[in-house]
Design a protein around this ligand. Structure first.
Ligand code: ASP
Ligand code: MG
Length: 420
């Protein structure tokens, strides 16, 4: 059994959906568990619906949702001649689920509504594709993953209940393959024990796919993207970016940790734990090999470069000149945990601590306020964090040329430079 994950870009038009159908068809005879993201930019569009609803702009929320509905219904017109009625009816069930909520007034927290609305993106896309596969004669079974993937109620960043989910997959998903070769379901979403929808954090579908792969002990997982393979850097920023055909789990987890937008950072662990190879392949050129990520160590990698913009440096200095030791450090880490903010880089001095964060303004303000009880807090914004793995001095010089280095950290594998 293989697990496939198709990203939103693979189904954002009539041609792309047909193309995805062709790719699936080319695996005829194999058992596939397929996870599909929301179509194109649907998740972003749904976020705007939630914002309007939560700000009490009900008419705007409904109008914005109307656009999302149209984009899905339009595709039905182009894709179907036989099963259009089923396709439309299935979509309308999800429309109703959302609209029913939008007609209410918000009485719970933002994150709760976010999940109830945003989850519809993957429900709509997968139901559309499942019906389309039926249309072109590819037998498949569509599953609402909210009946399978159980999470806690930490909305927008829900935590998986592995025991429950594992039991459900084994008893309800695995037996489906006795009757069908293809099971289609959603990534990124789940549900609580009270049947409230939850989401796992943006881009979470890769991780969902890895959960299924782990529990079902899949032979491999493939993420179908619009890039040829994993690259050593973002080619838009660095023309020297190279294709990486082979990577180790370790390398990818490091890259994701430093902010490379390759694969959701949580994806690797479930795969590594069961030694399941992860393929990254291009849906536009499926004949290309792409990248394979496995336990095999890969040597002689080119420099792998990750650039994070919009960084904030926070300098925390003890007010009374006492050392930054256990007590203040402990208090700080508690604050980080409470606010759910992790530094991308930190460095200790005698009486001060430097921390670099993504510019999450609201959280940073909260942290600055809390920390100001024990520290003098200084903030500098608009910095860039450059990370190079397998670096050499020449590259560092060329990338930092003309910039002021605010902070630098180096291990034999990795250098990180925070620049102004
Ligand atoms: N549709 C979700 C997002 O755009 C999840 C995903 O695609 O992984 O973040
Ligand atoms: Mg994605």
């Amino acid at each position: 059994m293989k697990v496939f994950k198709f990203g939103g870009a693979s189904i954002n038009s009539f041609e792309r959906i047909k193309n995805t159908g062709r790719i699936i068809n080319s695996y005829k005879g194999e058992k596939l568990l397929i996870i599909i993201s929301a179509m194109g930019k649907t998740t972003n569009a749904l976020e705007k619906v939630v914002d309007a609803f939560f700000e009490g702009r009900k008419e705007d929320a409904l109008a914005l949702f109307e656009k999302v509905k149209e984009s899905h219904l339009n595709l039905v017109k182009y894709l179907f001649t036989l099963h259009w009625q089923a396709a439309e009816n299935n979509l309308k069930d999800f429309f109703t689920e959302v609209e029913w909520l939008l007609h209410d007034k918000p009485v719970k927290g933002y994150d709760y509504y976010y999940d109830q609305v945003v989850c519809s993106g993957e429900l709509m896309s997968t139901s559309l594709i499942s019906n389309y596969l039926n249309e072109i004669g590819i037998n498949n079974k569509w599953i609402d993953v909210r009946d399978i993937v159980r999470t806690d109620d930490n909305f927008r960043d829900a935590y998986i209940d592995w025991d429950f989910t594992s039991h459900k997959i084994k008893t309800e998903i695995e037996p489906l393959f006795d009757h069908t070769d293809i099971v289609i379901t959603q990534g990124f979403i789940g549900a609580t024990d009270e049947n409230e929808s939850t989401t796992l954090g943006r881009e979470g579908s890769d991780f969902s796919a890895a959960i299924f792969a782990n529990i079902m002990e899949a032979e491999s997982q493939t993420i179908w993207k619009d890039v040829e393979a994993v690259m050593s850097a973002d080619p838009k920023e660095f023309p020297q970016a190279a294709v990486l055909h082979e990577l180790s789990y370790k390398e990818v987890i490091e890259m994701a940790y430093y902010g490379a937008q390759v694969i959701h950072p949580k994806t690797i662990k479930p795969l590594q734990n069961k030694n399941i190879p992860l393929h990254v392949k291009c849906f536009l050129k499926p004949e290309l090999a792409g990248t394979v990520i496995s336990s095999k160590a890969v040597h002689n990698l080119p420099p792998v470069i990750v650039l994070k913009k919009n960084q904030v440096l926070m300098q925390l200095s003890t007010k009374d000149y006492s050392f930054v030791e256990e007590k203040p450090m402990e208090l700080l880490h508690k604050m980080f945990a409470k606010i759910k903010l992790q530094p991308n880089l930190s460095q200790n001095g005698a009486i001060s601590l430097l921390c670099c964060f993504d510019d999450k303004t609201e959280k940073l303000e909260k942290l600055a306020l809390d920390a100001s009880e024990i520290f003098d807090v200084q903030i500098e914004k608009n910095l860039t964090l450059l990370t190079i793995r397998h670096y050499n001095d020449e590259q560092i010089a060329s990338f930092t040329n003309g910039k002021t280095i605010v902070l630098e950290q180096k291990t034999p594998d990795t250098i990180q430079v925070l620049m102004r």
